[in-house]
Structures are given as C-alpha cells and as structure tokens.
Write a protein that binds this ligand. Structure first.
Ligand code: SF4
Length: 508
C-alpha cells in the first residue's frame, strides 16, 4: 500500500489490522497480542498510576511539538484512520509544512501514528525527506524503543516515504531547571537510532507474518506466565493467565527469574514440592518452611531504641518536568511527613506536615520536621528511603546541614530488625511494610484507605497541587494523603509493639 490512498482502506476479513502497540505486544507475547485482539475484556483495567504514566507521556509529547514551530497536528483519532491517512497525505504534499505531528501511515496491514515527522531538504534539487522522531518520557534509550522505531520505519518506508533517519527524543535528567521558561532543547535530547532501527527492521516482516498466522487460529497459543509477562511492559492479562495457579505457586518464591526457571524446568509447580536438596536463600527457605520464626535476638534488637521513639515516613513526588528552580527532571521532592511519637510510658502523639501549594516547600517541610523530631530519641524508619531523602534535603538546604546530619545519626531501621529476626507465613517472602503489617497486626492494614501505596500518593499529590481546580476535591485528596502517610508511621509503632509482645516470655 502506498501513500495518498484514493479510496478507503479495506483489509481482508481474516487479516486483522495491527497497530504499532499491538506489534510490540506481539513481540512480548503472542498470547497477549491474541487476547488484545480477540478478548480484550479479559484485561485488567489500568489503575490510576498507570493512567498517570500514560498522561505524562501525552504531556511530554505535547511539549516536544513546541520544538517544531509551524508543525501541523493530524487531529483525526484512531477511530478515524481513513481521515488521518488522507490528512497526512495532504500535509506531506504541502511544501510549506515543516513538521507533522501524529501522522498516519499504513503498510502490510499495520497502521502507525508517528509522534513527529520533520521535513528536511536534501540536495540541490530541494527534494524532501523526513526525520522520524519518537518521543518518550523515559530517561534513556531502551531496547523496546528500537523495536518501536523498527516497526515505524518498516511501515513508513513500505508506504513510500523517504526517511532520512529515525530518532528517539527523551528526557535529559542532567537538565537543571533555572526557573522561568523551560529550555526544551536541553530538557529533551534527541538520539540518532537510525542504524539500530534499520538493523532491527530486517526481522519485522517475518515477525509480522508469525503474528498474523497466529491471530487467525481459533484459540490463543498456550504460553505459561512467567518473567516475560513483566518486560518490557506489565501485561494486563496477568490476573487472567494466573487465575488457576495454586496459592503456593513456585513463581511466588522470592528470587531471580533464573532460580525460578530451574524449578519450572524440573516440573515443580508449588513451593511445597521443592526437594530439600535444592539450595535456597535464607528468605526462600523461610517461605518454603511456611511457619512463624522468632529469632533468638529479636528482643535485644527491639530494645536498642531510645525513647521518645519517633516513627517517621516521608512522601515524595518525582515530576518528569521540573517544577522548581534548580531541580532536575524526575528529582525526588519530599512533600509530606508523618511522625508518631511514643514516650516511654506508652503515650502517643501524632504530628504531620503536608504542603498543598504549588511552591517549593522543602525548607518549610525540613524546618517543621526538625522541630517535630527534636533532639532526643530514636527515629524509627522502614528501609533506607528516609535516609536518602534527608541526604537530598542536605544537598538542597546547606543551611540546615548540621541539624539534618544530627537527625540522621538517630535513624533506627525497623525493616532490618524484622528481616534479620522475624518471619511470618503471611509475608509470603516480602518484607515490605504492606505485607508485614497485616500479618503481624491483623487489625491494622491498608485496605480501608483510598491511597494504599507511595506511587499513587505521589500521583494524587501532583493532581491535588498542579491539576485539580475543584476545592472540595483538593481537600478530599489532602485528607487521603494525610491518612495514608499517618498509617505508615502508626504501622511502624504497632509493629514494634506487637513484635515486642511476642518476646515477652523471654528473659531480658
Ligand atoms: S500474562 Fe504473560 S502469558 Fe499471559 S498474555 Fe500476558 S504476557 Fe502472555
């Protein structure tokens, strides 16, 4: 099929039209592609966080277009492919158009929309060729991007377009935002992937032929779920493909993909079937034993805290497009903290901070935090995350370096205490606080909260501060964020108490 079609496109009924994303799905897993085409209703709906990532990609794509003044957007969406193809053909013929956004092309039953096509003039006869530019919100080139460019290059050249090269435009994390207007030339860098995409393009026809043959079979191919379901993208058919797996499926054993593969190769389906001669890590052994284990030094480890015990959690966000002067893309910015303070007599106080204005609140947050933790007692955290946030605050706020450094010396990590001294079957091999809390303190979990993990908290923070205009909705999000952060710190306090209670029969 060539450019400038003068009649609507008709495809053979037995040959489904593929898109770029369907082709990439097919490269990941033929079953995924089959289900996307024939049974899309079996997919899990994207959650708010996934949607936020998609929205971010759209925002970056719109920003990138500003680097091509005079460029024209092909507005017809994916439901109006014939109009999009027709409009693209018109723009290609118009020599005054310097760039086309979302241009549509079809070849070999594959329809692609190209983020940016930039017209370049070759030679003295003034002939046009085009630079294909794919825009991503990622921070580096990934293998999937080369496949992405390979299928686009295949379709565009097959459709008769003269391409001068294939490029990836992505975020430059070295860009330091000075404030004011964004410098798009520095925020978005362009990498020439022409040679890589061309070498990958040679495989495209055979890959496509395999996919098309597979798609006309009456049932999806038999493919077992495993590590390939998560790379390069999380497959949304995971729940469907694993719904009949046993609760102690060997794939749930913590550890690398290769370790799991060796069990699968030996026909082992559940963790309980793993023979004793297999070498397992300490954590894998605990998961296999599936019994509660209280280490002999748990009590001593818990008793190393100093009162008053502060329980600290920071929440952060990482804006792809920097929001504050002297910050970089995707820099982690703390926005909120919670502190449950337990005194030696068991009394508990709660203090918290959350900035809801679109300003750089790091200094205000740090000053309030220093006041809350004072100069006495341990500061209980869960993992090294809070330490890394304090280190970043020191970099950003040199005037507070002394105070923040002294605070860091008081950090006390509950995660390492639990990892080294306690295990419960309910952990299922995970020591994340979301797994540990319901197992050790069944009355307290996260299921009653609207925000149940940090990624969603970051996304909701961004929405509250930079997008939402409805005041009532802003207040609702604020309440949910406060509840979530407070639950993390209350969780640490209750975990410490519950674990100490388990050791009470032991001598001091
Ligand atoms: S979950 Fe895995 S096996 Fe199932 S369709 Fe997706 S990628 Fe394929």
């Amino acid at each position: 099929m060539l450019l400038f079609p003068d009649r609507p496109l008709e495809l053979g009924a037995a040959t489904p039209r593929l898109s770029k994303s369907k082709f990439l799905s097919g490269l990941q897993c033929h079953k995924r592609l089959y289900l996307e085409i024939h049974q899309p209703e079996l997919a899990t709906e994207p959650d708010e966080q996934t949607q936020a990532i998609l929205d971010m990609g759209t925002e970056i794509g719109t920003l990138a277009r500003q680097r091509f003044p005079g460029g024209v957007l092909v507005e017809a969406d994916h439901r109006h492919a014939a109009e999009a193809l027709q409009r693209t053909a018109e723009l290609l013929r118009d020599p005054t158009v310097p760039a086309i956004f979302e241009g549509a092309f079809e070849f070999d039953h594959v329809l692609v929309r190209v983020d940016i096509l930039e017209r370049v003039t070759l030679g003295q006869d003034g002939a046009s060729a085009w630079r294909l530019i794919e825009v991503k919100s990622s921070t580096k080139v990934k293998d999937v991007h080369v496949n992405d460019l390979a299928i686009q290059t295949y379709v565009l050249t097959g459709a008769g377009l003269a391409l001068s090269g294939s490029y990836l435009m992505h975020i430059n994390t070295q860009y330091v935002y000075p404030g004011g207007e964004l410098d798009l030339e520095r925020l978005l860098v362009v990498q020439d992937l022409t040679a890589l995409a061309a070498s990958r393009q040679a495989d495209v026809p055979s890959r496509l032929a395999e996919m098309k043959a597979m798609l006309v079979t009456p049932a999806p191919p038999t493919i077992e779920p495993d590590g390939h379901c998560h790379q390069p993208y999380e497959c949304r058919f995971w729940d469907h493909c694993t719904k009949d797996k046993p609760s102690r499926w060997v794939y749930y054993l913590p550890g690398g993909e290769r370790a799991i593969q060796q069990f699968v190769k030996h026909g082992i389906e559940t963790i309980d079937e793993i023979p004793s001669q297999f070498k397992l890590s300490v954590v894998q052994r605990r998961v296999k034993d599936n019994v509660e284990w209280i280490g002999p030094h748990l009590k001593a480890a818990l008793q190393t805290v100093r009162y008053p015990v502060h329980h600290l959690d920071f929440e952060t966000f990482m804006p792809c497009i920097p929001k504050y002067p002297l910050t970089r893309p995707y820099q982690t910015i703390p926005t909120q903290w919670s502190n449950h303070i337990e005194s030696e007599d068991g009394q508990v106080l709660h203090e918290e901070y959350l900035c809801q204005d679109p300003k750089d609140s790091r200094e205000e947050l740090a000053v309030a935090f220093l006041e809350s933790v004072g100069s006495e007692g341990s500061i209980c955290v869960y993992s090294g995350y809070e330490r890394s946030i304090l280190e970043r605050l020191i970099e950003a706020l040199p005037a507070l370096k002394g105070d923040l450094t002294r605070v860091m010396a008081r950090l006390w990590d509950l995660f390492t205490v639990i990892r080294d001294h306690y295990y419960h079957p309910g952990f299922q091999g995970s020591f994340s606080i979301k797994s540990v809390l319901p197992a050790v303190v069944p009355a307290l979990g996260y299921s009653d909260l609207e925000i149940q993990e940090g990624g969603l908290a970051a996304q909701q923070y961004y929405r509250m501060v930079f997008q939402e205009t409805d005041w009532v909705e802003k207040m609702r999000i604020r309440e949910e964020l406060l509840k979530y952060c407070a639950r993390d710190t209350l969780a640490m306090l209750e975990l410490r108490r519950a674990l100490l209670a388990k050791t009470l029969s032991e001598p001091s």
